[in-house]
Design a protein around this ligand. Structure first.
Ligand SMILES: *Cc1c(COP(=O)(O)O)cnc(C)c1O
Length: 386
């Protein structure tokens, strides 16, 4: 039995055009060479493909291609940004007081490196608490800023709630402060306009598999003017201007590059189509009754719907949803049964946090699926409420 896929925030399928372009880079007949091989055309062709991909992603982000550092995904990009900034500063002064501002609803790939830096590099970390709608406000950042703040790390779009942070306002208030701004944009690319110039960010993490590219590849945008200096986390052949060694995977990079170009071409039409479907899903679910929307009703992405159901056990609910692939809380936490820390942070009770379901739609969601999913969820919730 095939389940309806409503978990695009966990990962997206690759666009078929992306998959084809990638396949063309694997075999002897294709563009399989090592981009670092300087002595023959296999290498030159691979390098050309990699640099084309760099420009495609840079164009999407309004960046210079020389500001793109390829990584294995947003987890690595976040680690490189956070540890790279702090270790670079530690090289200059091993004892200086260093302060990072982040939030309680960041992805674990930001929270865990922050906790590591707190423990091993003597960094002081402030975790901003969201309001009941899941928003972190620029005024909170302004109030938390200190003379020793070296980095502000906030996500552009929350992976559980779909809520959008006003990064542009935060970038603006940091203009006169030496602190760097890092943005985890893994959930933002493909859903909102990401513009590193308008946002005035110094570092920005992206992940291909959240926007119809392959898993295992991403990038970190690193501002050139003024130049952000990062201590490398991966040492080796000196690839990516020394910031991230390792042979560049041509097929992965061709994949992320084309995925970025497709986002640029169809973001507005994708957004419009998906928001119509999402609104129809919400209307259908709301009609069941005893349903709560988690996260701000309007300041959120078009593809996202996080809801909690009154009077049902969250785990039984999820276990009954065999025909609909969704997440309870964040997919990254589904190995544990603790209530979602994001839903707890916006003030939901344990019961409602446990009974939260994240529906996320995408490029390949069909209109017919919406009505089928509403009928299925309605049937199960009614059954469980007895
Ligand atoms: C998916 C995700 C990540 C992790 O990205 P990977 O490329 O899978 O490592 C980090 N942050 C956010 C907000 C995400 O949604």
């Amino acid at each position: 039995m095939k389940a309806f896929y409503f978990d695009y925030a966990a990962t997206t399928p690759a666009d078929p055009r992306v998959a084809q372009a990638m396949a063309d880079c694997l075999t002897l007949e294709g563009n399989f060479g090592n981009p670092a091989s300087r002595s023959h055309r296999y290498g030159w062709q691979a390098e050309q493909a990699v640099e084309h991909a760099r420009r495609q992603l840079a164009d999407l982000l309004n960046a210079d291609p020389r500001e793109i550092v390829w990584t294995s995904g947003a987890t690595e990009s976040n680690n490189l940004a956070l540890k790279g900034v702090v270790e670079q500063l530690r090289l200059q002064d091993a004892e200086a007081p260093l302060h990072i501002i982040t939030s309680a609803i960041e992805h674990k790939a930001v929270l865990d490196p922050c906790a590591w830096l707190e423990k091993h590099q003597g960094v002081d970390v402030t975790c901003l608490v969201p309001d009941a709608d899941g928003l972190i406000h620029p005024t909170q950042v302004a109030e938390a800023l200190r003379p020793d703040t070296c980095l502000v790390s906030l996500m552009a779009v929350n992976n559980e709630l779909g809520t959008i942070t006003d990064i542009e306002a935060i970038g603006q208030l940091l203009v006169d402060h030496p602190a760097l701004l890092h943005v985890d944009a893994a959930q933002a690319v493909g859903k909102v306009d990401v513009d590193v110039q308008r946002w005035k960010v110094d570092l920005l993490s992206v992940s291909a598999h959240k926007f119809y590219g392959p898993k295992g590849v991403g990038a970190l945008y690193v501002r050139r003017e003024p130049q952000v200096k990062l201590a490398a986390q991966m040492h080796g052949g000196g690839h990516e201007r020394g910031m991230r060694s390792g042979t560049l995977p041509t097929h992965q990079l061709v994949g992320i590059g084309l995925a970025a170009q497709l986002v640029q071409e169809q973001l507005s039409s994708d957004k419009e189509r998906v928001s119509t479907l999402r609104n129809r899903l919400w209307q259908g679910l709301e009609a069941i009754g005893g349903v709560y929307l988690n996260g701000h009703p309007s300041q959120r992405t078009a593809n996202h719907l996080n809801v909690s159901f009154d009077g049902v056990d969250g785990e039984i609910l999820l276990a009954s949803m065999a025909k609909v692939a969704v997440s309870s809380g964040s997919a990254c936490n589904s190995a544990t049964v603790a209530p979602s820390y994001v839903l707890k942070a916006i003030g939901r009770s344990d019961a409602l946090a446990h009974a939260g379901l994240r529906f996320s739609l995408g490029r390949f969601t069909a209109a017919e699926e919406i009505d089928a999913v509403v009928a299925e969820v309605s049937r199960i919730v009614t059954l469980l409420r007895g």
